[in-house]
Ligand binder design. Structure first.
Ligand code: HPA
Length: 280
């Protein structure tokens, strides 16, 4: 069951959790990152690595999906202090939108100004192939939920945050430049965030195609809303792990998602290492 601290307002929950972390680690992160399904290996890139299991952090929801470690890693990539969520709790596991973004708020509270969100996603654009990396240019929130519903805490952010440039154009330009330098193909497109946990039907994918989505997944949109609320600069990368339902004839499986993410992990790490190093 989701763990809640029902008596504490969110800012006090964040104070409690962040003090638990700062007692064990004096790194003040500049960059925060979330690693999606199968992408956890990137955490090994972190130097001076300190790892805290989510279970040791008050209020942190625990992921229960295979391929999601459920631990926070702090350290450095190059000169840049970083905090990484290795695994995330999804709304389809029964967490509310607010609970699902607790880790994001916590990493920003620890001091991070940048957020890099990553995920596994199904490719909707027929130009894409499994194994592609897609820079997220924008998203469509189709979860039917919003983590900002309820009373707004003005200490965290405004009641009505602007989402016009949620995915930071300068960060996207940086990632595109680095991809060119590395000779990597980097796709770009709109991520549709759905609730899950079943994969979509072919009819749903045709609808997503028509409303302008290039990839679909079950995470990320709430995290980006929460991080925008708190004023972070955000970049998002989707690993296209499979073609979405009906785009290819093949049935979808979580095994395929993990295997493809695993296959991409070298290119993914090369790109992100250099992007992060530039955020000093
Ligand atoms: N649909 C939704 N979420 C996903 C997919 C998909 O095809 N692949 C990986 N995550």
């Amino acid at each position: 069951m989701p763990r809640r601290e029902p008596t504490l307002p969110i800012t006090q929950q964040l104070t409690l959790a962040s003090s638990e972390i700062t007692k064990q680690c004096d790194i003040i992160p500049r960059v925060a990152m979330v690693l999606g399904s199968g992408l956890g290996a990137f955490g090994e890139e972190v130097q001076d690595r300190i790892v805290l299991p989510y279970s040791a952090i008050s209020g942190m929801p625990l992921p229960r999906v295979q391929g999601h470690a459920g631990q926070l890693a702090l350290g450095h990539i190059g000169q840049v202090p970083i905090v990484i969520m290795e695994g995330r709790a999804h709304m389809y596991e029964g967490y509310s939108a607010q609970e699902s973004v607790f880790g994001i708020r916590l990493m920003l509270r620890l001091g991070a100004q940048y957020l890099i969100v990553t995920n596994a996603a199904g490719g909707i654009s027929e130009l894409f192939a499994p194994g592609d990396l897609m820079l997220i240019s924008d998203h469509i929130n189709l979860t039917g939920q919003n983590c900002l519903c309820g009373p707004n805490d003005e200490n965290l952010g405004p009641r009505f945050p602007d989402m016009t440039s949620a995915y930071d154009p300068e960060l996207n330009a940086l990632a595109e430049r680095i991809a060119v330098e590395q000779g990597q193909r980097l796709r770009k497109g709109v991520y549709a965030g759905v609730l899950g946990p079943c994969y979509e039907t072919p009819a749903e994918i045709r609808m997503l195609q028509r409303i302008g989505a290039h990839a679909v997944g079950m995470s990320t949109v709430q995290e980006v809303i929460a991080a925008r609320h708190m004023g972070a600069r955000i970049m998002g990368i989707s690993c296209i792990t499979n073609m979405a339902a009906g785009i290819s004839e093949a049935p979808l499986s979580h095994g395929e998602v993990r295997d493809t993410a695993d296959r991409i992990s070298g290119r993914f790490a090369a790109l992100l290492n250099q992007v992060i190093a530039k955020l000093h």
